[in-house]
Design a protein around this ligand. Structure first.
Ligand code: 5GP
Ligand code: ZN
Length: 113
């Protein structure tokens, strides 16, 4: 499958990983929009939020658990951070493997992932 994030998950494409469990991986965004810009993905290939099934809902909890831990590890838990999902064209989604941007490290204003 020609999916950049699946390749990162498999390790065939390099990335700077900051978190990994059986279900979830997180890594530094290649074009950061804030001092902290991490991409959190489930290992399961789900193209967009529209494709989430009830059986996948536990992954959303896993992703929030990852976000909490990463924010703590990278020192933005108290200063603040934003978790963003883009779904389809108008949102600006360019990688069709569901993911959440964790942004922080400065006042974010209207910065989104
Ligand atoms: P989207 O616009 O789909 O929500 O965001 C996709 C994000 O993935 C973008 O912020 C983009 O910079 C990031 N990205 C795209 N290709 C790569 C890559 O090969 N490695 C990493 N680490 N991030 C990538
Ligand atoms: Zn994928």
């Amino acid at each position: 499958m020609d999916c950049i994030f699946c390749k990162i998950i498999e390790g065939t494409l390099p990335s700077k990983k900051v978190y990994e469990t059986e279900q979830v991986v997180a890594f530094h965004d290649i074009q950061p929009k804030a001092p902290v810009h991490i991409v959190i993905v489930p290992k399961k290939h789900i193209p967009t939020m529209n494709d989430l099934q009830k059986e996948d809902y536990a992954l959303l909890g896993d992703i929030h658990e990852a976000a909490q831990q990463i924010a703590k590890d990278l020192g933005v838990a108290q200063s603040g951070y934003r978790l963003v999902n883009n779904c389809n064209k108008d949102s600006g989604q360019i990688v069709f493997h569901i993911h959440y941007h964790l942004l922080g490290g400065e006042p974010l204003g209207d910065i989104v992932g």
